[in-house]
Design a protein around this ligand. Structure first.
Ligand code: BES
Ligand code: MN
Ligand code: ZN
Length: 500
């Protein structure tokens, strides 16, 4: 889908929607107030708009869509999308409305869709990017695992109508970012017999080839040599060999900043001997590599956008958590690559074991900041639900940088505490620490566990994305299934220079 900005100025400083010559037109309408778009729409429809809306019971509530078929007229299909109260209209509402309106117009058969939204209160460039991203991501449709593809027509063109001339400046970045989000969605949705550790390594190799990145792939023996006992302990119950992925983006000339992105890459989490029981979503545990999907999706975008002055390292200690005669037992003690010993009191708290060695590895690269993303705890899902990821950080500047990138990208984060006193929950009488604390505050003790494997004073943030990687009901700009959560936050943060 080709996305551009088109002026429909009538020469007198007003918009004439009749200038749009495509088959579909989407117009956003507030539930109250007298926005010029309302008059412009009235002029186009040549009808008493208020009477029409009354007759069709269109109130302009958020999410409301009304499709008008106009046989013989142009545009043949006009979609009205509700925006709610203008006082509450923001970037998130704009994304939701753009996605819903464009999806409705596409379903109505429009090939070339014009989108007119009231964006006066928002920065033009950000508004244009938000609409373009939401429209494209809302039309995403994954048919890879069907024997016969369903009819799936994507529009040829999306035209953003009547925006300021500066609005188009960010549109070139929409394609790389959306392709990154889509890669993350594909990886998360892939079944666990396809997205295996070797499967993830193969994707990393493809990214390296296609986007001029450097790949360092560590096999089991390489990880043994580095003393990664925590990660390899998790991997040892699986028949599939672990793959430790290190993908690097280097800018064209002299890099000034260096960041590491670490993603949890459990391609399947059975729980191990602390086996997941019915109701614990064992059949969904293919998405336990959602952190690695976000990191690889972000690397695809970064490799295409090629930001200057920043070197980006993506690190994924991927493996499966399985049961076998060789699997770790509850009670085993493992030694991580920083020498710390861990009593595994619960084999289902495996993500933090893999991340421990991945974080130690990341610290050795001496980055200016580390961000890890992980589907780490059910406790975080209980705390924040499926729309908001938990954010823990020892650095206020890094937390603020991630929060602002998330907001701009339409993703939601909520900062959670790294409360020192909760560390007692991880006290072991045998080893340096246990991998599991008490159930209350479980996402906080998980974050505190990770902190033990990060060099003191190195700006580090942890995102628990257990709730946000998947949505059974879908989101405004994401059909039911994998959301690709995290890619836009990471890419936005890096493009802003990775403040930490
Ligand atoms: N991958 C799970 C966390 C998870 C649970 C993600 C539900 C998405 C939905 C993780 O490895 C896990 O099993 N965590 C345990 C930790 C517990 C044993 C301390 C959990 O949250 O129950
Ligand atoms: Mn687990
Ligand atoms: Zn897990």
């Amino acid at each position: 889908m080709d996305i551009r900005c088109i002026s429909v100025d009538n020469g007198a400083g007003d918009n004439d929607l009749g200038q749009w010559d495509g088959g579909g037109l989407v117009v956003g309408l507030f539930s109250e107030g007298d926005h010029p778009l309302r008059r412009q729409l009235g002029a186009l429809l040549g009808d008493d708009l208020d009477a029409l809306l009354e007759r069709r019971r269109f109130r302009g509530k958020p999410g409301e869509c009304l499709a008008l078929d106009r046989i013989g007229a142009s545009p043949a299909s006009v979609v009205l999308v509700g925006l709610g109260n203008p006082d509450h209209f923001d970037g998130a509402a704009l994304r939701a409305a753009a996605a819903a309106g464009v999806r409705t117009a596409n379903r109505a058969g429009a090939r070339r869709i014009g989108l007119a939204m009231p964006v006066e209160g928002l920065e033009a460039r950000a508004a244009a990017s938000a609409m373009a991203e939401a429209a494209r991501l809302g039309l995403y449709h994954d048919q890879r695992f069907r024997s016969e593809a369903e009819q799936d027509s994507q529009p040829e063109e999306l035209a953003l109508l009547g925006l300021a001339t500066t609005a188009a400046e960010g549109l070139a970045e929409v394609e790389p970012i959306c392709a990154g989000v889509e890669l993350a969605r594909q990886l998360v949705a892939s079944p666990p017999n396809v997205a295996t550790p070797a499967g993830l390594a193969e994707i990393a190799a493809e990214l390296a080839r296609d986007f001029d990145l450097e790949l360092r792939l560590l096999e089991r023996a390489d990880c043994e040599a580095l003393g990664m006992g925590a990660y390899l302990g998790v991997a040892q119950g699986s028949d599939l060999p672990p793959k430790f992925i290190h993908l690097i983006y280097r800018p064209a000339s002299g890099s000034c900043r260096r960041v590491a992105l670490v993603g949890k890459g459990l391609t399947f989490d059975s729980g191990g001997y602390n086996l997941k029981v019915a109701g614990s979503q064992i059949e969904m545990m293919k998405y336990d590599m959602g952190g690695s999907a976000a990191v690889l999706g972000a690397m695809r975008a970064i490799g295409q956008l090629r930001p200057a002055g920043i070197e980006v390292h993506a690190i994924v200690a991927s493996c499966e958590n399985m049961i076998s005669g060789n699997a770790i037992r509850p009670g085993d003690v493992l030694t991580a690559s920083n020498g710390k010993t861990i009593e595994v009191n619960n084999t289902d708290a495996e993500g933090r074991l893999t991340l421990a060695d991945a974080l130690v590895y990341a610290c050795k690269l001496e980055p200016d900041a580390i961000v890890d993303l992980a589907t780490l705890t059910g406790a975080c899902v209980i705390a924040l639900g499926e729309e908001i990821a938990g954010l823990w950080s020892c650095s206020d500047a890094l937390a603020a940088g991630l929060e602002s990138a998330a907001k701009a990208g339409g993703e939601a984060l909520w900062r959670m505490p790294l409360r020192d006193s909760y560390k007692v929950g991880l006290k072991s009488h045998l080893a340096d620490l246990k991998n599991t604390g008490p159930r209350p505050g479980g996402s906080i003790t998980a974050a505190l566990f990770l902190r033990d494997f990060v060099t003191a004073d190195l700006p580090w943030a942890h995102l628990d994305i257990a709730g946000t990687v998947w949505s059974d009901k879908g989101r405004s700009d994401s059909p039911p299934g994998a959301t690709g959560f995290g890619v836009r936050t990471l890419v936005g943060w890096i493009q802003a220079g990775a403040p930490a």
